[in-house]
Design a protein around this ligand. Structure first.
Ligand code: NDP
Length: 246
């Protein structure tokens, strides 16, 4: 029996990068997985088709995380389709880079909407449907603890906010045995932060392990937190960053 057999997961932002790796890993571990995307419809459909072809269950839903109603409807659609909800992964995030002298209010609002507000909205909706003993896993960032280069103020702020939100939600949902945790990756090779990008060499110089993480390495940690062995971990912000913050 696979570790997540019979369980249902919902992943915000599962069409590319870390989210796509999480979707594939949770499906491989036996969960039925619903996931959202905004613009990458083709990639989302490919992932869902590959999971189905391998004998699993997947559902790709277009829902902008900045749109609260769309997120709530997507979660309800997942529950209707798969019959229950056990695991929520809040992965969707945007990185708007800029000096505080230049950042626009639109950039601030977009960052808050996708990186924080959507976590509140999805967690609240999911909590209404989730089985006791369920899991909420947020994808924060090591930049909540360390932002060693200029230009990351609002991104770092958004990821720091998840630390407090995670702690508070863990207290609210503890009586139901639902755990809430915040995974804080360091540099991971994705479209958001390519390992061959402009700042890659500089970032590697700041790490104990001078390499980018792989999306599968983050997914494996998320799968552990989603699984039965992690039931005593809650309210925690857990860093997986190659020693970036060491
Ligand atoms: P990518 O930009 O590579 O992928 C982002 C994914 O999220 C895509 O599937 C995208 O969908 C989806 N997404 C983005 N905005 C929205 C939205 N408004 N509504 C729904 N889905 C959305 O990012 P990463 O995989 O690199 O990052 C994933 C998470 O990990 C983020 O929260 C990020 O902050 C965090 N992180 C990343 C690090 C890194 O170095 N890569 C380091 C630390 C944290 P679509 O394809 O449809 O646009």
């Amino acid at each position: 029996v696979k570790s997540l057999s019979g369980q249902v997961a919902f992943v915000q932002g599962g069409s590319r990068g870390i989210g796509a790796a999480i979707v594939k890993r949770l499906a491989r571990d036996g969960a039925a997985v619903a996931f959202t995307y905004v613009s990458s419809a083709g990639k989302a459909d490919e992932i869902a088709a590959a999971i189905t072809a391998a004998g699993g269950k997947a559902l790709a839903i277009r829902a902008d995380s900045a749109d609260a109603v769309a997120v709530q409807q997507a979660i309800r659609q997942a529950v209707t389709t798969f019959g229950r909800l056990d695991i929520l992964v809040n992965n969707a995030g945007v990185l708007v880079w800029g000096n505080i002298e230049d950042l626009t209010l639109d950039a601030l609002d977009r960052t808050l909407a996708v990186n924080i507000r959507s976590v509140f909205v999805a967690s609240q909706e999911a909590a209404h449907h989730m089985e006791n003993g369920g899991r909420i896993i947020n994808i924060g960032s090591t930049n909540a603890d360390r932002i060693p280069v200029a230009g990351g103020s609002i991104y770092a702020m958004s990821k720091s906010a998840l630390i407090g939100l995670t702690k508070g939600m863990a207290r609210d949902l503890g009586p139901r045995g639902i755990t809430v945790n915040n995974v804080q990756p360091g540099p991971v090779d994705t479209d958001m932060n390519p390992a061959d990008g402009e700042s890659a060499e500089q970032l590697k110089g700041l790490m104990a392990l001078a390499r980018y993480g792989k999306d599968e390495e983050i997914a494996s940690f998320v799968a552990y937190l989603a699984g039965p062995e992690a039931g005593y971990i809650t309210g925690a912000s857990l860093t997986i960053d190659g020693g970036f913050s060491a």
